[in-house]
Design a protein around this ligand. Structure first.
Ligand code: K1U
Ligand code: ZN
Length: 173
């Protein structure tokens, strides 16, 4: 297994549309294992393949307190959103140190393949429902700051670029 490098906003590669996985083979299973290791190492509750510069529809999530309940979603589709919505503070491993409110459906139903390529249907609420919507946005090339006002988003962009420059890192990975 290996730790993967996470793209940092405003890297334009984060806006790439992920393509469907053609076959859940050894390559995808290795990617899933590396993504889980990377998510746990970064203290995240989710990670989309787009964030590690792999533009295929793979998501890993673990919202459990014990970090022992990984969920793998391959080619996920949200087939139902509740009408009820909730405003929740979100963060993102691609936008470290930034947290802000985003409104999402409180419940979703998702279909996907699991890490063995088997179809699964999942009903989610609470933090899991929010995390699924956040990760599915990544697969569509959308980062949560795009729900914020242009003013806030530009401030975040400037702050992220300043931090990268101060650390001697290039603007994009
Ligand atoms: O996609 C990502 O960058 C992962 C992101 C998922 C997420 C967090 C909060 C709301 C929606 C989606 C993170 O895990 S950022 C880390 C974080 O904010 C967090 C970590 C542990 C518990 C709760 C939040
Ligand atoms: Zn994110």
């Amino acid at each position: 297994m290996a730790l993967l490098s996470i793209l940092q906003y405003p890297d334009p590669k984060l806006h790439t549309l992920a393509r469907p996985v053609q076959a859940v083979d050894a390559r995808i299973q290795a990617l899933v294992a590396d993504m889980l290791e990377t998510m746990y190492d970064a203290n995240g509750i989710g990670l989309a393949a787009s964030q590690v510069d792999v533009h295929e529809q793979v998501v890993v999530i673990d919202v459990s307190e014990e970090h022992d309940t990984p969920l793998v979603l391959i080619n996920p589709a949200i087939v139902w959103f509740s009408e009820e919505r909730v405003l929740n503070e979100e963060g993102c491993l691609s936008v470290p140190g930034i947290y802000d409110g985003v409104e999402r459906a409180t419940q979703v139903r998702v279909t996907a393949l699991d890490r063995d390529g088997q179809p699964q249907t999942l009903e989610a609420d609470g933090l899991l429902a929010i995390c699924i919507q956040h990760e599915m946005d990544h697969l569509l090339g959308k980062v949560f700051v795009e729900y914020l006002s242009p003013l806030k988003r530009n401030r975040i962009k400037t702050k992220m670029l300043k931090t990268r420059r101060a650390l001697g890192k290039p603007e994009t990975a």
